[in-house]
Each structure stands twice: as C-alpha cells, then as structure tokens.
Ligand binder design. Sequence first.
Ligand code: NAP
Length: 815
Amino acid sequence: MSTLLEIFETMEYGPAPESDAAVNTWLEEHGRKFGLFINNQWVQPENAKYYPSLNPANHVLLAETTQAGQTEVDLAVTAARNAFDSWSKISGMKRARYLYAIARNIQKHQRLLAVLESVDNGKPIRESRDIDVPLLARHFYYYAGWSQLMDRELSDYQPVGVVGQIIPWNFPLLMLAWKIAPALAMGNTVVLKPASYTRLSALLFAEIVAESGLPPGVINIITGSSKAGSMIVKHPDVDKIAFTGSTEVGRILRRQTAGSGKKLSLELGGKSPFLVFEDADLDSAVEGVVDAIWFNQGQVCCAGSRLLVQENVAENFIQKLKTRMDKIRVGDPLDKCIDMGAIVDQSQWDTINSWVKTGVDEGGDLFQPDIQVPDKGLFYKPSLITGLNPAASTVQEEIFGPVLVSLTFRNPAEAVALANNTRYGLAASVWSENINLALDVASKIKAGTIWINCTNLFDGASGFGGYRESGFGREGGKEGLFEYLRPAWNSRPRPDFKPPQPGQKTSWGQHTPSRPVLPSQVELNDQLQPKVDRTAKMYIGGKQARPDGNYTMPVMNKKGEMIGQVGDGNRKDIRNAVEAAHAAHLAKPGWSMRHGYNRAQILYFIAENLNARNAEFTQRIVEMTGQSKKSAQSEVDTAIERLFTYAAWADKYGGSVQETTLRGITVAVNEPVGVIGIACPDEYPLLGFVSLMAPAIARGNTVVMVPSQKHPLSATDFYQVLDTSDVPGGVVNIVTGNRDHLTKTLVEHEDVDMVWYFGSAEGSYHVEFESAANMKRTWVGYGQPRNWLDDEQGAGHEFLHEATQVKNIWVPTGE
Ligand code: NAP
C-alpha cells in the first residue's frame, strides 16, 4: 500500500471501478438468454439457435442471443409493415411525443446502458458514459424536433416505408440512434440488426423503447449473423436499407439492392488524415491525436489514423507524441481512469496485430510505449508507425485499431495532396492557428466532415457521412432526414425487370454502330433543291468534335423518316469529355470556385439565348417527336423557366450553420459532387436535358451529357446556345450515341464522381450494380414515367440534393 506522500510524488492513479451489478441483474432476469424483439415482445423461435456474447475484457460469458432465420426476418418485416400503416399516418406532433419519451427514458436508464455498452464492446466507461449514451439521447431529442416540424416544413415529402437497418459493433448504441431516430421521426418503421459482436445494448434499448409506450412493430430488433442481415437486405417488402459498416460489405449491399427501387444509404470505412501545420498549437494537437486515434481503441470509422505533420516540426511533434503515449492507460473498461479498453473480439485483435507486422515489413518504425497492459483480455498497446511510404498498404488501408501511421509534408499543397491520396473521404482534422490556411485546406480536402483544431466531435444537429468509397448519404442534421423521405408525388418504384443471375452474361451496354439508311426514292427534277448537309458533332471542351470512331447514327422522325444524323459516340469520346470536364474544374477560376452569382449570370444568359431561338427549338421538337406545336412550345418555355429556376438557386443553396453543442461554428457546406455523367430521358428531349444539366452546373459541377438517344437534335442544336452564353469550355460536354453504351463507360470511369440515369429499368439496375466497383453515387429513374413539365417532378428539391454533397466543418472559437 502506498503512502499519501508516495502517491503525491508519483501521481499514480488508483483504480476507480464502475459497478456492473445492475447489468448482471438485468442479464440474470433474462436468464442470460434473449429472443428477438418483434412487435414489442420477445420472440423465441422454435428450435432456436443461440450464440454467446463474451466480455472482451475478461472473456466472461455475458449472455446468449438468438440467431434469426428467414421466418423471423419475415415476421419482423410484417410487424414493421403493419405498424407503418398507422405510424406513418399519425401527425408528426404525435410522433414527436413518442421520440421525446424515448429520449427521456434513455436518460433515466443511462448508467445501465453505459455499463452494458462497455462490458459488451470493451470501450472505456468514460466514453460510453460521457459520449455514446448522451449522444444517443441527443439524437432522439433532435429528431423529436424534426418530427414536430415535419408536417409544416417537409410537406412535400412522405416517409419511405419499412426500413432495414444494419449497424456495426464499434458504436452499437450511437449507430442505432443515428439510424432509428430520423427514420421514426419521418414516419418510417424499422427492422434493425446489430452486429454479431455487440448486440446486447440494442436489446436493452428495445425494452426501454417499449417502456416508453412506443406502439408495437415500429421498432423491431433482430439478432443474427450476416446471413440475417442479407435476408433483410433482400426482403421485397423492405423499402430502404441504411447500412453502416465496411466498404467491402457496402459494395455487396449496393449490388444486392441494384435496380430494386429500394433507397440505400451507406456509411462506410475511412482512413482519415490528421494534419498538423508548423504554426499549430503542438501540445493541443498532441491531445487531438490521442482523441483521434485512441478513442474507442481506434475502432472508429473517422479515426485520424493518418498523421500528416509539416516537415520542420515533425521531429519535435513525434517526440511530444511518444512522451504522451507513455502516459496512456490501457485496462479494465469499467475503470473510470482508463484511456483505452479492450478490442472487441479476438479476430479483430489478430487483424490489428497483423497490420502492425505488415507496417514493419513495409519498412516502418514501430513505437509502442512501455506501459502495463492486463495479461487477460483483448488489450492492445497504442501504436505509432513512422517512416512509411505514402503508397504502403498500412498507409492506405483501414486498420480499425489503435494504430497510427505518420508521414510528413513540406507545404499546404503537398498536405492537401497527401490528405486526398486515399480512396476514402470520411473525415479530416486540420490543426493550424492560421484560420485562412485552415479553412482553405478544409475546403480542398475531399471528405464529409472536417474538424479544425478539434477532432471526433459529433452531434445530432450535424450530418455525418462520406465522399468517395466512404459511402453516400448523411446521418444527423436536417440533411439526414432526406435518407428517410421520398418526394410526395413519387411512390416506391417497383421496376419491371429481373436482375440476371450471378455469373449470367448480359449484353447491356453493348452496341454496334449503324449503317447508312436508304431513303425513299426521289425523282430528280428541276424544282428539287438538295439539302445542304448538316452533321451534328459532339461537343467537348467547348468545341465541336468529330466522333472518335467516325460512325454516325441516324435520327428518325415519328413516321420513320431520317431527319438528321449525329455522331455515334464511343469510350474514347466519353474519356475525352470526362477529361474536359475535369479540366474545367482545374481552370482558374475553376467552375466550382466561381461565385454563385457568376454561375447564375451564365444560366440567365443561356435562358436568354434559348428564348431568342424559341421558335427554332419548338420546330425541332415538332419535327423529331411529331407532337403538336403547342406542346412543343410549352416544352421550350418550361426549359427556359427551368434555367431561370436554377439561375436563382445558383447562389441560394450554399449550406447552413448547424446548431450543434459545439462552442463555435459548425457549417454545413453544400459542395458540388464533381464531374457528373448524365444520361437523359427520351421523352421531353429538350426539357429533360435542360432540367438535368441546369441544377448540376448551377451547383458547380461539370457534366458529360448523353442526350436523348431517340431525339438528340435539340441537344446538338443547344451547342450554339452554350457557345453564345459565356459557358466556359468543358463545363457542359455532350456526347451523342447509344445511351446505355455511353452510360456504361461513364459508370466504369474512375474519374466520374456520380452518374444520373433516366433510361430503362434494366439500365437503372446496371448503373447501380456497376457503380459498386468504386462506390460511385448514382441517381436513376428505374424506367418510371416522370412528368418533366411538372415543377415538382422536373425541378423539385431532389435535383439540388443530388447535385450536391454536404461537408460539415467544425470550428471551435474562444480561448
Ligand atoms: P461489417 O463487417 O461490414 O459489418 C457491419 C454490419 O453488417 C454487421 O451487422 C454485420 O453483421 C453486417 N453484415 C456483414 N455482412 C453482411 C451481408 N453480406 N449482408 C448484410 N449484412 C451484413 O463492419 P464491422 O466490422 O461491423 O464494422 C467496422 C466497419 O464499419 C469499419 O469499416 C468502419 O469504418 C465502419 N463504420 C463506418 C461508420 C460511418 O459512419 N461511416 C461508423 C462506424 C463504423 P455481423 O456482425 O453479424 O457480421
């Protein structure tokens, strides 16, 4: 036993254990065996298979839970479907009361939830008590508010339906809150599957919800393996899948839901950079690193796992960091003085350990502090690997453990290049006392969340989600609501197309160029004036371009007569167009860097020039489609109206200030997505084209347009409008030809950030399926009719939503 004087001198911590008695009582009351939570009841399937849940800190059995099969998944989906009928119809105000009751009840049981979370997952009680559970309650309060406001503020929307939600093990309660709270608030019902390593807190949450008086079937919790997850994903009566987990599984889910009309949001992995500039407060930045990578043992999707330090302070900084690492306390998660608890499972421990070995094999210098770690349990020392090459797999791949890799940079441009040298884009942390530099770097990093001089901050009022292979969709904030809503006019598409069997060959996107079309015989006579040939070309980089393959495609009218020819584009034309679209971003000033005011002026100018040729475009539509002059006229007039609409939106959709709990500013910036490939519908050849092009370019994207395959001539006539409207070269590129053939190249192209497709149901399936290769965002029409003349269907909020991605920037203020 140490004397008081000795303790004073060493400043050693004594143990400060949190009791797990209440958790054990709760587990005992259930006989340490749990069924599935369906319709507010515990369901114990006949011949149920159970599987054990162990405490990773000491390998003690906590309880056994049920392995759900198809019957149970069906039961849960049916319960959710039945509940949806009434839950979606009661007023938002009523739902708000339920959500409020859940939030209150979470707070009443917060200690029980926190202790259970720590014993089940291995995370320090300090974190589950002070971060996970308070944020759980915060999300329900926040979305109770949106439920209250829904009827008035979101009257153009309807709930999606039954939502399948699949969550990972690193923040079992927090991930559940991010998914369930907005879904319920917007009138959806839920079937949720927690991860296999951590499913107990979701079951306790289910009881807390039932105690709050939530009607049966609104929330159903299914435990089971990835197979049960897959059953939820494939269930025909599930209308949306919300998934958080690895990019690898996200890819599988993208393919499984392709073409089905189910909404999908994916919150995936990351390898987030933590940038320290020479003028940063280095001591604060060291504490930042501790929070960034050793919070939750580094098992955090947005962990700052790639440390990038400016060269001239790197040595000093790494020394300070190593000194700090010597003081990190690893041990019993229920000890209140512990910094790092246990790794969730032996297999995860093995993965981490093997990555550390790889790092050393790749030439890295490993530093692990000489600190005490309990012998029993899955503990891992905080680890730092320096001296790696930026291309090393340890620098590129997500390790998902307490392992930090460190590189240096010389100047801000190099810092940004290194930060963006990843296939992910979830988060970044920027440390500098120079606000100009910090905000400039924040704007250049491609990631959904940027923390300036802070890290790992979360709040219900701020959206969270990724760019690139970190997924798409947002959770939190107002932006998170749109994942659980559809436009009021649009019910769930149920496309009439059967996906091919795995391995089955498909001819989708293949195309053979056409041969000359023989016209009807015309007798030569004196009155006949042969037409002057006018061959429409492609439009790439602001110039007319011949098709690379030197093939043309006939354009026929309603009577089957040839009225013109356009270039029959191929892969090379698309590649050239994508290159031009990228160059338009890099030009000075790049299209996305121009003021909204400037983009608005250009859109107004396009409208003005289209109006000047109103009669000519009307005539062209009549000629191509055979519709009446009146309806063609209304198409042209609406196209002009659309250009005015997006000129208006060009400087009014920049984002908002989020009212988070941070003392400082959290701004949600609606950034452009980048280069968007757009395949236009056949109906409304001019209006469809304009309605898709205008929102995309208004919001700073550059586009590769594939016009209507059947009626492309109003798009090729449009070059002249663009040419006379000050549109910089490369902002709008137009490649005519076979829609699906060209779309396939766009979807497969690594440098296209998003694809919009308004062709067939089959094409929609392929676009969604193929996009999984690099987790490209997509927006498809599933071959469903859309009245482009209608303002809601042709210019609703979803166009702006699809043309942007939200980046949240957190800036603390004060001393
Ligand atoms: P995971 O292996 O992808 O599993 C996530 C969930 O999906 C689990 O419930 C899992 O069930 C289930 N699942 C696995 N395969 C499935 C399939 N084929 N069909 C349907 N469901 C399936 O990820 P994890 O290891 O649990 O979590 C770590 C990953 O999550 C990391 O990559 C991390 O970055 C990411 N993450 C992202 C965020 C974010 O917001 N972006 C937040 C937290 C974590 P079983 O557990 O039964 O296998």
